[in-house]
Design a protein. Sequence first.
Length: 505
Amino acid sequence: MDTIIKRRNRGVIKPIEIKSEKHEKGDTSSDDEEPLSPGSVIFHRPTFDIHILAILGCKVPINVDVLKEKLPLTLLKHPRFSSLVVGDASKGEELKWVRTKVDINKHIIIPQINTNNINSPQTFIEDYIYNLSKTTLPKSRPLWDLHILQISPSEDSQPVGLFRIHHSLGDGSSLVSLLLALTRKTSDPKALPSIPVRKTRENENGPCRGGWFWKWVLALWRVLTLVWNTVVDVGFFIATMVFLKDDSPLKVPTRVFTPRRVVYRIVSLDDLKFVKNAMGTTINDVALGITEAGLSMYLSRKYGNEGNKHKSREQINKILKKIRLRSVLLINIRPSGGIQALADMMEKNAEAKWGNAVGYVLLPFNLQLRDDPLDYVREAKATVDRKKNSLEALYTYAIAQLVMKLFGPKVASEMSHRINSHTTMCFSNLVGPLEEIGFYGHPLAFIAPTSYGQPHGLMINFQSYEKKMTIVISVDEDTINDPKQLCDDIVESLKLVKSALISQG
């Protein structure tokens, strides 16, 4: 996933070999077998059975016949989307990808909907996703499906497509890139979407003046800081794996596979850019800042009225500051091939980079009610800058690989489960197309990615698209029974930050 952490690893993943003739015939000989990577094996453990869900809002009714015609010519040429997972890890068997012939009719689900009995289309969609999250993808066929809901949740969006993909098929950023590779610009049906490229600064601290001596001193200081930050971060990672737990009220009890309530709001991307440009930060910093502000607002309301006794602002802040609340960021440490490479892979049988190699980054949230809303963004920027100057993702990935090699997928899965169950939430920010795109000729109104199956009680995703930013919240309702309020608090926090900037000139 595209997250707030810079990639520091420049390794190369072995390209996928595309096979064609025998696959079309349904032949599953040994030549068409490939062992699952260690990262993919973990996603098949009961405690880490994660499914990625992409909600696609369309502006026109979805033509199912077009999807059935186009998907076999594109998506199904990707080996992972036309392979079964064979083997039983619980019996010590090796899990393998085995190519198979795909029956597209079993992967496109069209529920019968009586629109006369629906009072709120948005509520219907939320309930459908909630019930869908109670299920897992059957291993008797490739691990993906597409649900078509011919219903309108809002004025600017007609039907909704729910693309469900098992996480073992790939990491988040690769799967999002693959999804975008299936789309084209509505202004130019032959052109792939344009994705903004993050600009890197050669020297974030400005030019170094004073000659070679001070340049060496600055370089040494940066190396020492990098080493220190990495040691501290890896130490906290190990402590979290062993004993260190969050104590936030949003942390779900240790359970497996709870259904999820998913809600989302769409805000103006220009508002986030306004804050970014005015404060000299990034969109990631702004997204993280307003999330921290929204969580503070949400929990202050909870504690302020606790026991029917109204607490003062100072009393609430004392409670909030004592809360340990951390987010897990899953960082893709391998560079993805990009949209063009994935499009060529599906259309021209070319090679593309693919893999499921992720490292962990633990991100602390500092909760309190601040007098100046801009302090949330400043605090977020400081936290992000500190995490950028660390090799935490690389070393946590190496630890996971070592555990997998020495003790097997069961112990590695337990390690992942403990990291997730000892923290409170997941957070991500994904960069989307700059212009309107169409999914096989269907113009999209919004894109809202999320997932379920992880032991977190809360997941927050930001997804940009055109001039919009979609904020997606996925919760365990036993832990957070009013996710719409939390979503509204994050939206309100963006308004407060923008208003504070305007009032301060």
